[in-house]
Design a protein around this ligand. Structure first.
Ligand SMILES: NC(=O)c1ccc[n+]([C@@H]2O[C@H](COP(=O)([O-])OP(=O)(O)OC[C@H]3O[C@@H](n4cnc5c(N)ncnc54)[C@H](O)[C@@H]3O)[C@@H](O)[C@H]2O)c1
Length: 450
């Protein structure tokens, strides 16, 4: 992915020169590679996609994708007939719909697939799609297990098809700005990264209301369950699958994966953590779920400590604090704030209070001589700089990147390897939580070890 040259105006406050203590900047227009140009696509270059999974996320992806220039939905697939109706409401009344995604993969008129199925179906859909010669945009977390991720990477590499995973932080303008600032060395040496997200409502905790008409008549419940041990029809599992490890990947795969993907993008990391250690529990939503609703994890990213917290019992807006020897960068949904730090003493060392008077006075005189502002000369003040922009829920540009890659065959940033590495961090957090001990990724055996 190309990087964008931001205007000088956006960097004008970056120098350590004297000035106001707080400079506020608005992020400029989207970088060119993330802007759909309505006139840029020839009719012959139209991308026709098949949609697999038209649920909560899939219906949003579908609605947005069809507004992109040169992008057309050719057919949709879901196991629940109510979502056939929904797909036709979104796209057009005569949109071909099916319960069998293989029909979309066999359709030569379809160039690529957009898939938003529950996590336990990701591997099969991606492997089948790339094996059938289709590029695929698959929702995050890429995999439901480390082994699934390994199989997906193998299949994608064998096929040479484009795979993009749907963690849209990678297409966020705010994260792109943070990435640029970090790459310029603004933070100095990285010390520690923190990230957190909290929610405090039933919907945020995945207690979704199942569609009232759902029944085995209009849903292929058997296929929905995939290879998971079969259970009688349960509309709550259908709607709230994230609560159970058999189908979902917990707060790690649902939410942490966004924090991790965004961090990997901003810091230029494309590797799993060396080690993960997580604690947590089911502290608030005792509704029969088997995945924690609170989880805190400490990672070792090649020496860089990364501390991430997910909490479904207290609302806390998604935030990163990226800490370096030259300052602090705080990144939120629509803004970032850079607070430079000199790394030098701002005051005489309080330790010298323990000196006898003569030594103390000599130290103080020398310190003030060397550090006090000189009369008649400008005072250098550290400058806090803030940038604000659109919310970094950048699904539309993220989808645009994928469709452009399908057209141009240019590689995407969040490819199958990046997606695998981000998902591994989540699987390691879950493994550590369940094993109650630190875990590491063993590349030789491609397994998580205790
Ligand atoms: N990027 C984001 O911000 C974001 C947000 C929400 C969800 N997601 C991801 O999107 C995916 C879907 O989540 P959701 O909330 O939309 O789930 P959902 O349960 O609302 O929808 C999933 C749909 O997939 C269908 N489906 C399941 N198996 C299928 C199969 N084999 N063939 C065809 N259709 C099948 C189901 O019938 C259902 O309609 C998940 O991986 C989730 O993590 C991403």
């Amino acid at each position: 992915m190309k990087t964008h040259n931001y205007s000088r105006r956006e960097f004008v406050g970056m120098s350590a020169a004297a000035g106001a203590s707080l400079a506020a900047n608005t992020l400029g227009p989207l970088p060119p590679h993330l802007v759909p140009d309505p006139g840029a696509v020839a009719a012959s270059d139209r991308v026709r996609f098949g949609m697999i999974g038209v649920g909560m996320q899939g219906s949003g992806l579908l609605s947005q994708a069809i507004t992109l220039p040169g992008v057309e939905c050719a057919a949709a697939c879901d196991l629940y007939d109510g979502r056939h109706t929904l797909a036709r409401e979104i796209v057009r009344a005569d949109l071909p719909v099916t319960r069998r995604y293989q029909e979309l993969l066999d359709n030569k008129e379809i160039d690529c697939i957009v898939a938003a199925v529950p996590d336990h179906w990701h591997k099969q859909v991606v492997v089948d799609a790339v094996s059938a010669g289709k590029d695929i945009y698959c929702e995050k977390p890429m995999s439901h297990s480390a082994a699934d991720g390994v199989a997906m990477v193998d299949a994608a590499k064998r096929s040479g098809r484009i795979v993009q995973i749907g963690s849209q932080r990678v297409s966020s303008q705010v994260c792109a700005k943070a990435k640029e600032l970090i790459a310029q060395g603004t933070l100095g040496d990285l010390m520690l990264v923190e990230g957190w997200l909290g929610r405090n409502d039933p919907t945020g905790a995945w207690e979704y209301p199942p569609p009232p008409d759902l029944s085995p008549k209009n849903l292929d419940w058997d296929t929905w369950q995939g290879t998971v041990p079969k259970r009688p029809f349960d509309p709550f599992i259908f709607a709230r699958w994230r609560c159970w490890k058999e189908y979902g990947t917990g707060v790690a795969g649902d939410l942490l994966v966004h924090l991790v993907s965004g961090m990997m993008f901003m810091l230029g990391i494309n590797a799993p953590p060396k080690q993960a250690s997580a604690v947590g529990g089911i502290r608030r939503w005792k509704d029969g779920r088997n995945m924690p609703d609170v989880q805190a994890v400490v990672y070792d990213y090649d020496g860089l400590p990364v501390y991430m917290r997910l909490n479904l019992g207290t609302e806390m807006p998604e935030t990163y604090r990226i800490q370096g020897s030259k300052g602090l960068l705080e990144v939120t949904g629509s803004a970032l704030t850079l607070t430079p730090q000199s790394g030098k003493d701002q005051y005489p060392s309080y330790y010298t209070g323990s000196y006898p008077r003569a030594l103390r006075q000599a130290y103080l005189a020398k310190w003030h001589e060397e550090n006090d502002p000189k009369m008649g000369q400008p005072v250098t003040m550290p400058e806090t700089i803030s940038f604000s922009g659109p919310d970094f829920d950048d699904i539309r540009p993220h989808q645009w990147t994928f469709f452009e890659a399908v057209r141009t065959r240019k590689p995407v940033v969040e490819d199958v390897v990046f997606g695998h590495h981000a998902a591994l961090a989540c699987h390691m957090a879950n493994e550590s939580y369940f094993r109650r001990g630190a875990v590491s990724w063993d590349e030789a055996t491609k397994t998580i070890k205790g």
